[in-house]
Design a protein around this ligand. Structure first.
Ligand code: ARG
Length: 583
């Protein structure tokens, strides 16, 4: 079904057309917004002022003409209860409680809460997480993973065909160095006879870098290794695969804890396409030589001195790089995967890189912006309590896995402090869910583009805009349903909204579809966390003001509880949070 916002826009469009037949305008220009305060109604139309300017009339007159049209019988407006003009010409709108009740009933009786699936089906590729082989995943990758998983869930729920891609940094000259080092210092690892882990690999990587910088013979051996991998030498490829496997295992441990699914398609996947990309760019006269490197210079991308920035696609030593791979990837995703939209989730530091890639892809004819939407979704830094980049007490960058397990331990400690009535097994499970939910929620609820301060204490609080508060609210709603003990499916009564707190809750529940719709545009998960937080608060107000058990309106109110529970559950799912039935 259409959202209430869309319904209202249609009504207003028709009213404006009828009031000013000579005026030509497009339906989407009619903008209705939810009201910011109760006294301004449920929704507002603030466009009369702008319209008055265009029509050369007084704003108030324009507003009155629109309201007169809506009030006259010529327009059927089964949804509007009352209209009111405020100030210079703001139109405040109150909805009919019956209309809202109907909407909630439809949500309850349809799959997907009556939210329409996109038609025709569209394909979206979401590039997220994307750590670098032989390196630890860091908090930046954690943000990318959490946001990427959330946006994937959102589009999947809305019926898109979503391809989640892990663009792992698994290729490049650094592997020459590492393989040369391992051959000399840990041959058993490369032979596959000695098992090891990412922590060791990261150390060897560090050592190999040191030796590379200090020892020119080692440097030569490393460069030969690079040539060997590039030319597909079987022993070198096998060594490379072992390194990838060790890294992959460590990443998978994190994905399992976070319950995130993603398909690995690292940089190496595009390696066979790179020579052709450069040749194609040369053919299209996009390449300029600069200090021996093949570069694309794009108007509008300059440094502070005003010199154009190079997008290097082939280094002077013949090697390809990050940008070349991203150009190959964008072409592949559009031409071969036939994506309608591409989304890339990385820290804000890569904004220029992606802006240049998108522009270069357009110039090369890989991307037609009128057909395919591309978005770089940047995010801010994770900060420690000191306001600086997040580090462990020892000063090293925290290993992600430690960070996740600490959250779980802390969650367990807090649950024990609260003296929850649980056996050991249930306590452990609850702590695991709470700890991970808290990490995810803290991230998703902060404005994506700003930095946020990481704090176990804050994220694990039971009050305020936190995972625990929402999970607890959800448990409470289910507790009420359980206590009344009526099977929801057997309820024959219709949902009826009378009390202002019931209506306020219903208005909010009805805005779930609208919230998701906005999220598809600005790709900001905190819209949904805010929505759910407000939902919990409105539910609490309703439950404070309206008796459920034993009230004549009991069954209608149970339906309201059920809608709230379903919306919350669905919201949790999109955020990647696990609900608990008891807490
Ligand atoms: N591996 C990169 C990093 O750690 C992120 C890759 C993002 N995706 C892309 N297509 N460039 O910063």
């Amino acid at each position: 079904m259409l959202t209430t916002l869309q319904e209202l826009s249609q009504q207003f469009y028709a009213a404006i057309k009828a009031a000013f037949p000579e005026f030509d305008f497009a339906p989407h220009t009619v903008e209705i917004t939810p009201s910011t305060q109760d006294k301004f109604g449920h929704y507002q139309f603030n466009g009369a002022m702008k319209l008055a300017g265009l029509l050369k009339k007084k704003p108030r007159e324009v507003a009155e003409a629109i309201v007169a049209q809506l009030n006259s019988g010529s327009l059927k407006h089964g949804l509007i209860d009352k209209l009111d003009i405020a100030g210079p010409g703001f139109i405040n709108i109150w909805l009919k409680p019956d209309y809202l009740a109907q909407r909630l009933q439809t949500m309850l009786s349809s799959p997907h809460l009556a939210i329409a699936e996109v038609k025709p089906k569209q394909k979206i590729i979401i590039d997220f997480s994307s750590p670098n082989t032989a390196k630890e995943m860091h908090v930046g990758h954690l943000r990318s993973t959490i946001i990427g998983d959330c946006l994937s869930h959102l589009f999947e729920f809305l019926g898109y065909d979503v391809l989640r891609l892990n663009h792992i940094g698994d290729w490049g000259t650094a592997f020459g160095m590492l393989i040369a080092y391992l051959k000399e210092n840990a041959p058993a690892v490369l032979a596959g006879t000695e098992k090891t882990d990412l922590t060791h690999l990261v150390n060897w990587y560090r050592e190999s870098k040191k030796q590379f910088d200090a020892d020119s013979d080692f440097k030569k051996r490393s460069q030969l290794e690079v040539v060997a991998i590039q030319s597909g030498n079987p022993a070198s490829i096998q060594a490379w695969e072992i390194i990838c496997d060790i890294s992959r295992k460590a990443y998978q441990e994190i994905y399992d804890l976070l319950d995130v699914e993603i398909i690995e398609r690292g940089e190496s996947f595009y390696n066979p396409l790179l020579a052709d990309i450069v040749a194609d760019l040369e053919k299209k006269k996009l390449i300029t030589l600069s200090d021996g490197a093949k570069c694309i210079f794009i108007e509008g991308f300059a440094n502070r001195e005003g010199d154009l920035l190079p997008l290097i696609v082939q280094k002077s030593d013949g090697g390809y790089n990050y940008a070349t791979t991203d150009l190959a990837a964008i072409r592949h995703r559009i031409q071969d995967e036939k994506a309608d939209r591409l989304i890339y989730i990385t820290d804000a530091g890569q904004a220029t890189h992606f802006a240049m890639i998108f522009k270069a892809a357009e110039l090369a004819g890989y991307l037609d912006s009128s057909k395919v939407v591309v978005n770089h979704v940047p995010f801010g830094l994770v900060l420690g309590a000191d306001g600086k980049k997040f580090k462990t007490r020892s000063g090293d960058t925290e290993r992600l896995i430690d960070l996740l397990t600490t959250a779980i331990t802390e969650a367990k400690r807090i649950l024990m402090e609260r003296e929850v009535d649980m056996g050991e097994q249930q306590l452990t499970e609850t702590a695991e869910v709470l700890g991970i939910n808290a990490i995810k929620y803290a991230d998703l609820s902060s404005n994506r583009t700003s930095d946020y301060v990481f704090s176990y204490d804050r994220m694990l609080r039971f009050e305020g805009n936190t995972a625990a508060f929402l999970m607890y609210s959800y448990v409470r709603i289910n507790g009420i349903k359980r206590k009344v003990g009526v099977d929801i499916a057997s309820i024959k009564e219709a949902l009826e909204l009378k009390h202002p707190s019931e209506i306020a809750l219903a208005i909010h529940l009805d805005q779930f579809a609208m919230t998701l719709d906005q999220m598809t545009k600005d790709l900001s998960p905190h819209r949904l966390t805010e929505y759910l937080y407000n939902l919990a608060e409105r539910f609490n107000a309703f439950f404070r003001d309206c008796r459920v058990e034993g009230d004549p309106a009991q069954n209608s109110r149970l339906l309201l509880c059920e809608t709230a529970a379903q919306v919350m559950r669905q919201g949790f799912y999109i955020l990647g949070l696990k609900p608990l039935e008891r807490m």
